[in-house]
Write a protein that binds this ligand. Structure first.
Ligand SMILES: [Zn+2]
Length: 182
């Protein structure tokens, strides 16, 4: 019994240090963490899923899943080379990555469909590593009927996003777009 009393707090500390996915102290916010540290945390967090291909269906090494793996490995993230996408590579913006962490801490689960990859509008902030798209929030597809998207978008703006689009905007009936300024 006495041993259990000793072991339990140790286990709790291990869990809170991130042995368990999405771990970390409840009040630990990522503002002092490096991009790589935050990217590793995000990649390992089961409350965020990452589309492993482009929304268009392509596999070009620049999916959201590819991009977060690249960032977590300390590499620049790949851009797509079709449509208006410029090809090449870009670093994912640290403010954007930190915002995703805080969104998880605020209780959201979501799926990211695109970051630096994919083909977007010409000179899209995606190509600068400054934007991410989300098509599921808390297990519900983004659309007018999703009860979470307005608040999710508002949270993104509170976390520094200056460009947000959602179901009320043209071309965004089924996903949220959030982008940070250059
Ligand atoms: Zn977008």
């Amino acid at each position: 019994m006495r041993r259990l009393v000793l072991v339990l707090p140790v286990f709790a500390v291990l869990v809170s240090f991130g042995i368990v996915s999405c771990g970390g102290f409840f009040l630990e916010y990522p503002m002092r963490r490096s991009s790589v540290y935050v990217a590793v945390w995000l990649k390992n967090c089961s409350r965020i899923s990452w589309l492993p291909r482009q929304v268009s269906g392509r596999y070009d090494g620049a999916s959201a899943h590819d991009n977060i793996k690249q960032a977590a490995a300390g590499l620049v993230s790949k851009r797509s080379s079709y449509g208006t996408a410029p090809g090449g590579y870009v670093n994912l913006d640290r403010r954007m990555l930190r915002a995703m962490w805080v969104l998880v801490k605020q209780g959201y689960t979501f799926r990211v469909t695109s970051m630096a990859g994919g083909s977007h509008s010409r000179s899209s902030l995606h190509y600068a590593g400054l934007a991410f798209d989300v098509d599921y929030i808390n297990g519900v597809k983004v659309g007018y009927g999703n009860p979470y998207w307005r608040k999710f978008m508002a949270r993104c703006r509170e976390l520094g996003a200056t460009e947000t689009f959602g179901p009320e905007d043209r071309g965004h009936s089924a996903h949220i777009h959030a982008a940070w300024p250059r």
